[in-house]
Design a binder for this molecule. Structure first.
Ligand code: KIV
Ligand code: ZN
Length: 522
């Protein structure tokens, strides 16, 4: 009999990942990411925290109807109205899970909750029982579990299992644990509670990366009986982030000799396109030297390394970039390619656009192909991600003119078009061309905002490469991101700014978050 163990991959990009400072995803973007997570073979998709806002509720509800093969999960505090909101949100899921959490460490009990452990166990048990009215699949997390006294962990685990919890997740909420210690927690709880193995209860890890140990801690947990790992694409998440899905999966695959017993269902070839999509949608750039998906992850600069690589790749490369879906940049389409070829290419890249998205993307592709000689897969993915990310367009950039020279104030004129086709034109000066065009856009739209973050990256290389600009702007107490793509960096910057202003306007027009509740985020 084989003793291979399937490790469940629980992806929380759409919940803990979206809690990354500055990351906001709209509904369409969340659905698109969820589809790709499902196609990649993720076992559980944590789609949001339904009580926190109407938007979060709606995205968990929508993803529940969209996804068939993965379990769709909604997070909840141990508060009756949270649990019912999460339960309602996953009601339509083919496989739905409610994930309830309550802090258990002494620090959290005394300084945050001001509750004794008996009361914490009581509300946890009640919440698990309430969640079971919506689904048979209930996960419980003792928040700050890694800093909780071991016997308290055992006590609460036993109580919530009796109440109906089927997965127990022990989070290293503040990223404080070290691998041996974290692994020991799993061995200890399992040894003290034989019911875990008898009933087939899943133990789960959830590690934050404050000391850079999230992946190592998760793997230590696996070696001590943990059967589900919670993680995110690109390792995004609160503060320093969560354990990164791609690093975990590739560690287990690449070191099959060491992790011989453990397998995941992940199709690793889908890693890179999804990493790009998450980075594009959230506006969170992937650091160049990030393992697996960073721009330098497979680049060899030193002469000695290059020489070794030419003789035999395995001298300096432990993974094949193709295995994680990093494309060999190929010329795929040109300006004479038709809609049919374009759609085929999108399908090959994993997109199934509806007619409207296909039309908008094809128009953007044609415009690009007129400006740029070589169009690569990366260009096409960037176009698609840009079009998917668009909220209802209120204002569109029609044209602009910028003058800037050393020593002189920059000047910009911008013409925008609103949804009725009406044009507005404004001019402004600024401290450089971007500042000038941003001032002109504010005048033209009548929306005053503060720029909080601005970043740019090249989508492909070469002098006609597309540049992508990502901005974060603040309007009163709301911050949003916008993205723009063009072979002209000033145009990309203007489009990104306008995209963010569109989002602000759409959100305030529909008072999207009017019933939003302020909820303590774990
Ligand atoms: O970090 C944490 O403790 C969490 C829990 C909700 C699992 O995100
Ligand atoms: Zn977390």
């Amino acid at each position: 009999m084989s003793d291979t163990q399937m490790i469940r991959i629980f992806d929380t990009t759409l919940r803990d990942g979206e809690q990354s400072p500055g990351a906001t995803l709209n509904l369409q973007e969340k659905i698109e990411i969820a589809r790709k997570l499902e196609a990649m073979g993720v076992d559980v998709i944590e789609a949001g925290f339904p009580i926190t806002s109407q938007g979060d509720f709606e995205s968990v509800y929508a993803i529940s109807q969209e996804v068939e093969n993965s379990i769709v999960c909604g997070l909840s505090r141990c508060v009756p109205r949270d649990v019912s909101r999460a339960g309602e949100a996953i009601r339509k899921a083919k496989h739905g899970r409610v994930h309830v959490f309550c802090a258990t460490s002494k620090i959290h009990r005394e300084n945050k909750l001001n509750k004794a452990i008996d009361e914490i166990i009581k509300i946890s048990v009640e919440s698990v029982a309430q969640a079971r009215q919506y689904t048979d699949d209930v996960e419980f997390s003792p928040e700050d579990g890694s800093r909780t006294e071991l016997d308290v962990l055992v006590q609460i685990t036993q109580a919530v299992i009796e109440a109906g919890a089927t997965t127990i997740n022990i989070p290293d909420t503040v990223g404080y644990a070290v691998p041996e210690e974290y692994g020991h927690i799993f061995a200890y709880v399992r040894e003290k509670l034989p019911v875990i193995d008898e009933k087939g209860i899943y133990l789960s890890s959830h590690c934050h990366n404050d000391l850079g140990l999230a992946v190592a801690n998760s793997l230590a947990a696996v070696q001590n009986g943990c059967r589900q790992i919670e993680c995110t694409i690109n390792g995004i998440g609160e503060r320093a982030g969560n354990a990164s899905l791609e690093e975990l999966v590739m560690a287990m695959r690449t070191r099959k000799d060491y992790f011989a017993k453990y397998q995941t269902r992940i199709d690793a070839k889908k890693i890179y396109p999804l990493s790009r999509m998450v980075s594009n949608f959230t506006g969170l750039a992937v650091q160049r030297n990030k393992a697996i998906v960073g721009q330098n992850a497979f680049a060899h600069e030193s002469g000695i390394h290059q020489d070794g690589m030419l003789k035999d790749r395995s001298t300096y490369e432990i993974m094949d970039p193709l295995d994680v879906g990093i494309p060999e940049s190929k010329l795929v389409l040109g300006k004479h390619s038709g809609r049919h070829a374009f759609r085929d290419r999108l399908n090959q890249l994993g997109y199934q656009p509806d007619d409207d998205l296909l039309q908008r993307s094809f128009t953007a592709f044609k415009l690009l192909a007129d400006k740029k000689k070589d169009v690569y897969d990366e260009d096409i993915e960037a176009i698609l991600d840009e079009q998917i990310g668009k909220t209802r367009v209120l204002w569109e950039l029609d044209r602009f003119q910028v003058t800037s020279s050393s020593g002189d104030t920059a000047m910009a004129m911008v013409a925008i078009k609103d949804s009725t086709g009406e044009h507005r034109m404004e001019a402004a000066t600024g401290d450089g061309p971007i500042d000038a065009i941003y001032s002109a856009i504010q005048l033209a739209t009548g929306v005053t905002v503060t720029l909080e973050d601005y970043s740019t990256r090249g989508v492909t290389s070469g002098k006609d490469a597309q540049g992508e600009v990502s901005v974060k702007i603040r309007h009163h107490d709301r911050t949003v991101r916008g993205r723009g793509l063009s072979t002209d960096v000033i145009e990309a910057a203007a489009k990104a700014y306008l995209a963010a202003i569109n989002r602000i306007k759409v959100a305030s027009d529909s008072a999207e978050k009017s019933d939003e509740e302020v909820v303590e985020q774990p």
